[in-house]
Design a protein around this ligand. Structure first.
Ligand SMILES: *[C@@H]1O[C@H](CO)[C@@H](O)[C@H](O)[C@H]1NC(C)=O
Length: 346
């Protein structure tokens, strides 16, 4: 029995270098998989799903993808106790400009999603990513996943037609952290549709729609609970921090903290909390089926551009909000504040 156990350990401790997609399947038996300078063929997913527990995946050199109009994802990583590591100088170059047509996920060319995470007790660290075709990281049904030092650079999307290039979309997940990352894109930096125990800390968001919870409601899981967004910056973006809930839907947004957030040159709204989303846009009076309770906003500071509003609130059925140290200025658009819980002032 003992010698058999040793044999298994020796076999599992192997390492595999992968330089083309044909080598990937066999490499999945290894404990260390190093992906280096791969050109993934058009319409094929770089499939790292169902990895063995304990696998380390390294991204090295430049990873590129062939062009096809399809849904993707370009990369999927799944398993338990998995470490995804970007080696120094790594670049996942999606060359999204080949798909960009200003329509994002709303039409035009069909654009592959970038990265699907299906991970438990795992980490992703140090990936450099350029020009995703549309949506970035899809974190769905993940549990205990730590994401750090991601550099998602879609700056070229501003002039070349990038749209819906979300940074991190989180749904139905728990214990997720996203820290010390840099996101320059054309949609939400972070969007949480559902999930619990989510931390977003030490990140810089540039060019997009800001840090968002929602829209919440109308999906299978409609609970967002215990989210901490701290020590982060939102620069040259449409919104700073935002919560959106769906009109007529049910669910809950509770125990949310935004603390130590720096805003710079926000075009539309510095802080926006609204409960009347319908068909992806605000419409009429909010309903109270997705109450926002326990909302702490602390030390949010910075400037909104002239045409924008510093703070916008329109919700129903909200309670227990604590706002302190809000110094958002510059926006001249005056918005009515509706549905603010009693005693909430800033
Ligand atoms: C307000 O929220 C509570 C839960 O906190 C819920 O029971 C109630 O139905 C909601 N009210 C409305 C008008 O939706």
């Amino acid at each position: 029995m003992i010698s058999l156990g040793l044999l298994v350990i020796v076999a599992a401790a192997s390492a595999a270098d992968v330089n083309n997609i044909e080598q990937l399947q066999a490499a999945k038996n290894s404990q260390l998989i190093t992906l280096r300078n791969i050109n993934v063929p058009a319409g094929v997913t770089l499939n790292l799903d169902k990895l063995k527990p304990g696998t380390v995946v390294e991204f090295a050199g430049e990873i590129t993808f062939g062009y096809k109009e399809w849904e993707g994802p370009l990369i999927i990583v799944g398993g338990k106790n998995i470490k995804v590591v970007g080696k120094p100088g790594n670049l996942i170059n999606c060359q999204g400009e080949r798909w960009w047509d200003q329509k994002g996920g709303n039409g035009g060319k069909k654009k592959p999603k970038f990265f699907a995470a299906r991970l438990t007790d795992s980490s992703i660290d140090g990936l450099n990513i350029k020009n995703i075709p549309a949506h970035g990281f899809s974190i769905n049904s993940c549990k205990n996943l730590a994401i750090s030092r991601i550099n998602l650079n879609v700056a070229e999307g501003h002039t070349k037609g990038g749209h819906n290039t979300d940074g991190f979309d989180v749904g139905n997940s728990e214990k997720i952290s996203i820290i010390n990352s840099f996101i320059h894109n054309q949609d939400d930096c972070l969007a949480i549709n559902s999930g619990t125990d989510i931390k977003f800390e030490g990140n810089t968001c540039i060019g997009g729609h800001g840090i968002s919870i929602g829209s919440v409601g109308g999906r299978k899981n409609n609970i967002v609970q215990n989210v901490r967004v701290v020590r982060s910056k939102v620069i040259d973006s449409d919104n700073g921090i935002r919560i959106k809930t769906v009109k007529g839907a049910t669910g809950a947004v509770k125990d949310i903290t935004f603390d130590d957030i720096e805003l710079k040159n926000i075009a539309k709204r510095g802080i926006v909390i609204q409960g009347n989303y319908l068909n992806k846009r605000p419409e009429g009076d909010p309903t109270g089926g997705v109450p926002i309770t326990g909302l702490t906003i602390n030390n949010v500071r910075g400037n909104v551009l002239k045409g924008g509003a510093n703070v916008y609130v329109w919700v129903a059925n909200a309670s227990n909000w604590k706002w302190n140290g809000i110094k958002v200025a510059g926006g001249q658009k005056v918005m009515e504040q509706k549905g603010l819980p009693q005693g909430c002032k800033w």
